[in-house]
Write a protein of this length. Structure first.
Length: 607
């Protein structure tokens, strides 16, 4: 349903205004944005939540020349639902109040949701914008930091040098914000410029027509559960029913592992073992990584003729027999040296289900344009796509292009000969993951990684914490990086991971704090509930209320780290508990340093 509450046009072209003010409220009346223009050529806004000013008067609009006059304004209320093909939940409210201000030099469109506010500038040829975020206090912030640990916690006045979104902000215990963008169709991705010593951030990015987005939540989990970024993108058109989110095994991290006298590498015998494992455990895909068509940075490596192409044909055919899809890696060198359109058509004709695209070159504006081209060509050829190696940040593309299932907009576990500390994970899920689905490659169970070709480095986590991270991390492709024999050593861990059946019907961040811990619950496509909890380097106890369950009794399989376990020692030690629980019961879980907990809730039959 779309409800229009009326169009208001108090100013005509003949009756133009330069001095005016206006307030707009969210549908629940709890958020407010105030706007005004004084005698100058600048529009200002102020953002309030629950009666508290969070952003004080800040500039809006493109940098224009000449006298700026407001000539018309309209307002409407939209109240609909979005039913995504896949995502954090199956039904998403899309409810907002929209104000459109038409000036003689540009159009300002503002949408106020219960979860935040967004604005963008239309019909303007200006190279720059005036946009400011004038925070009403010296709050604490965290920022995206490429494939490294996030910047922060940092006081806003201490920020020095360019910062990149997502920028997540803690105002106090009851107010949180995040700054990002949505629907970046063209132009330079959002950058943020602090003014050291004051609380104002500006936008130095050029020629973007994207939404500037202020996400809001009363808990940090509200930000994680929000769909604001996706809802500001156009809905998809055409048939995307072939897009299947799910779990995948991967050949890159297994390279060099030895089990039962067999040494894994990136070739057909290993691929078949991985497909057999995936098929036996309901895992949908196998991802083939770099160098299968020759050295990936060599311009003579042909992505459709080189290297192990004959083996690739065989594993795709073998995967079809076992109902396991095959993803193919493609480097930017191959994708630009040879015809991208012909490559992707060939992959479709072979029967591949997706591509992992790596090491895209160029500035971010160029990369954004090329990312869109690849996504659209993949859609044309019924291929899902995962972008890696410093990709353009997500900005809600999955609503328009459901085949854009994930990207490495994070520090990925064990990537580039680095491992991330526990605190990095419980920061990134409150910062990077607000932008959209991310590929973090958690789920290691061999915590020493000896013998691996790429990164034989011990992992600072526990196996229960690693399993929990596979659930907590939102992605349309959850890539697990270990070998079958290692998963079979820990049957309860494997049971939890293989129970992650997508698309999710519901997701709820039950509790958490930025950089400290998170507890996430997701309802699977087969109506089970899974809970994952993860902590930083500190030990803590959490209480998990099961109020989200229906009135049926559930059997709960609870995995916890052993009393002697931590991310430094005894990483593989864990305990299992089986008990019956019901709605509104509470589970009391101890999280060891760098560890976590996994809970599988299955409805008991016969009730």
């Amino acid at each position: 349903m779309v409800l229009l509450v009326g169009f208001i046009t108090p100013f005509s072209v003949q009756s133009q205004s330069k001095i005016w003010s206006r307030k707009v409220y969210s549908p629940d009346k709890k958020l407010q944005i105030a706007l005004k223009q004084d005698t100058g050529n600048i529009v200002y806004y102020q953002f309030r939540a629950d009666g508290k000013t969070l952003l004080d008067w800040s500039q809006l609009g493109p940098v224009t020349t000449g006298e700026m006059l407001l000539v018309n304004k309209t307002m409407k209320t939209v109240n609909k639902v979005w039913k995504p093909l896949w995502g954090k939940r199956s039904v998403v409210p899309n409810h907002y109040n929209e104000l459109v201000l038409k000036f003689n030099l540009f159009v300002l469109r503002i949408r106020l949701f219960n979860e935040g506010v967004a604005f963008r500038y239309e019909n303007s040829s200006a190279e720059n914008e005036r946009t400011q975020f004038n925070f009403a206090g010296n709050y604490t912030a965290w920022y995206y930091n490429f494939e490294y640990r996030n910047i922060g916690p940092e006081k806003i006045k201490d920020a020095d040098g360019e910062r990149l979104p997502v920028m997540t902000v803690k105002i106090d215990e009851h107010h949180y914000m995040a700054i990002h963008e949505a629907d970046l169709r063209e132009g330079e991705p959002l950058k943020l410029k602090p003014n050291k010593g004051v609380t104002i951030f500006t936008v130095p990015s050029k020629r973007a027509n994207a939404w500037r987005v202020i996400m809001y939540g009363r808990t940090p989990g509200d930000l994680v559960d929000s769909h604001l970024i996706e809802l500001l993108n156009p809905e998809s058109t055409g048939d995307f029913s072939w897009v299947k989110p799910g779990l995948a095994v991967w050949d890159w991290r297994i390279n060099g592992a030895v089990a039962d006298g067999f040494k894994y590498d990136m070739s057909l015998p290993s691929w078949k073992r991985m497909v057999d494992f995936a098929s036996a455990n309901g895992i949908s895909d196998l991802v083939l990584d770099a160098d299968w068509y020759g050295p990936e940075f060599n311009k003579t490596s042909d992505p459709v003729k080189g290297g192990k192409v004959d083996q690739v044909h065989q594993i795709i055919a073998y995967g079809k027999q076992k109902n396991v899809g095959i993803w193919l890696y493609l480097n930017d060198v191959g994708g630009k040296t040879f015809s991208l359109e012909e490559i992707l058509k060939q992959y479709h004709d072979w029967g591949a289900v997706g591509i992992k695209y790596g090491f895209m070159q160029g500035n971010y504006e160029e990369k954004n344009k090329h990312t869109q081209l690849i996504t659209q060509l993949c859609a044309k050829n019924h291929l899902m796509v995962d972008f890696h190696d410093n990709p353009v940040h997500p900005y809600g593309q999955m609503r328009t292009w459901p085949n854009a299932v994930t990207r490495e907009y994070c520090q990925s576990q064990l990537d580039a000969h680095r491992v991330f500390e526990p605190g990095t994970f419980v920061t990134a899920v409150f910062v990077n993951m607000l932008a959209g689905p991310i590929d973090m490659c958690n789920g290691v169970v061999d915590m020493e990684q000896k013998g691996r070709v790429d990164n034989p480095t011990p992992v600072p986590a526990t196996i229960v914490g690693e399993a929990a991270r596979t659930l907590i991390t939102f992605s349309g492709l959850t890539v697990i990086p270990d070998i079958p024999e290692n998963y079979y050593k820990y049957p309860e861990i494997l049971k939890f991971i293989r129970s992650e059946k997508m698309p999710w019907k519901e997701s709820k961040t039950l509790s958490g704090e930025i950089g400290e811990y998170i507890v996430m619950a997701r309802k699977t496509s087969d109506d089970n509930w899974l809970i994952g909890a993860a902590t930083d380097e500190s030990e803590r106890e959490v209480s998990i209320n099961l109020s989200f369950l229906d009135n049926s009794p559930y059997e709960a399989l609870i995995l916890q780290d052993g009393a002697d376990a931590s991310y430094k020692v005894n990483k593989e030690h864990y305990t299992t508990t089986l008990k019956t629980v019901k709605k509104n019961d509470s589970l009391y879980i101890r999280l060891t340093p760098g560890g976590g907990s996994c809970v599988l809730l299955k409805k008991k039959t016969g009730y």
